[in-house]
Design a protein around this ligand. Structure first.
Ligand code: PXP
Length: 247
């Protein structure tokens, strides 16, 4: 199972102080350095989300990381003409299409692929035409899996936010949804990834979900990095992930 490390919140911390001083020589911490540290810790790819409101990652970060970090880059992006143009200019290995609203604290739900089929399919095609492999961030819902297949996307990322917040019977229900969605995605020939809200404690509960190729994890790794450093935080997560049953 591969680990994509989402480093958005390194940029969040920098922007908290330097949003209005983008050219300051003092601007820190550096997302580029975090990408390299994540690589040293065993990350398989780096994930960044350039949001429409540029609240954390800036365009400049994306170009720098693309150029300076040898790991594959996964660009999370809204389904908009602006972001498609930016993605084509950056040229990441992967793009993950996500819903985006300005008010949300973070991505709050999956992309409604079924409800936006033509728009999403057009975006997928534009990216694939430039050799960018596309993932769709969706709720673990069979009808979204079917829609994802119809767009021609190579991958889905199952939204684990509800799983991460659930307890008791709710947790069992969320795991069942994830298991069914993972089986359906795999049967449809789609690579199944997962992400959102995964941390060092809840990770192992996800291990009952089959066919997971990659997890995208951000907030918990950045938080842990404050205590142990970025490289060690990534390595700890990778070590825990090694217990995922292989197929
Ligand atoms: N996957 C997607 C599509 C996301 O939008 C995010 C949050 O930016 C993540 C994974 C990572 O979530 P977290 O920061 O909760 O680990």
């Amino acid at each position: 199972m591969l680990l994509g490390v989402n480093i958005d919140h390194v940029a969040t911390l920098r922007q908290a102080r330097y949003a209005l001083l983008p050219d300051s020589p003092n601007a820190e911490p550096s997302p580029m350095q975090a990408a390299l540290d994540a690589m040293s810790g065993g990350a398989d790819s780096i994930t960044i989300h350039v949001r429409g409101d540029r609240r954390h990652m800036q365009d400049r970060d994306a170009f720098e990381i693309r150029k300076g970090c040898p790991l594959p880059l996964n660009l999370e992006m809204g389904v908009t003409a602006e972001m498609t143009e930016l993605a084509l200019a950056i040229g990441p290995e992967f793009a993950c299409l996500v819903p985006e609203t300005r008010e949300e604290v973070t991505t709050e739900g999956g992309l409604d692929v079924a409800g936006r089929l033509t728009e999403v399919a057009d975006c997928v095609k534009a990216l694939q035409a430039r050799d960018i492999r596309v993932s769709l961030f969706i709720d673990p819902d069979l009808h979204q899996i079917e829609a994802a297949q119809a767009t021609g996307a190579e991958m889905v990322e199952l939204h684990t936010g509800c799983f991460a917040n659930a307890t008791g019977d709710g947790l069992e229900a969320e795991l069942s949804r994830l298991i069914e969605a993972a089986k359906a995605g795999h049967a449809a020939g789609i690579q199944v990834n997962a992400g959102h809200g995964i941390n060092y404690d809840n990770l192992s509960r996800l291990f009952v979900v089959p066919h997971l190729a990659e997890l995208n994890i951000g907030h918990s790794i950045v938080s842990r990095a404050m205590r142990v450093g970025f490289t060690a935080a990534v390595k700890e997560m990778k070590d825990l992930m090694a217990a995922y049953p292989s197929e």
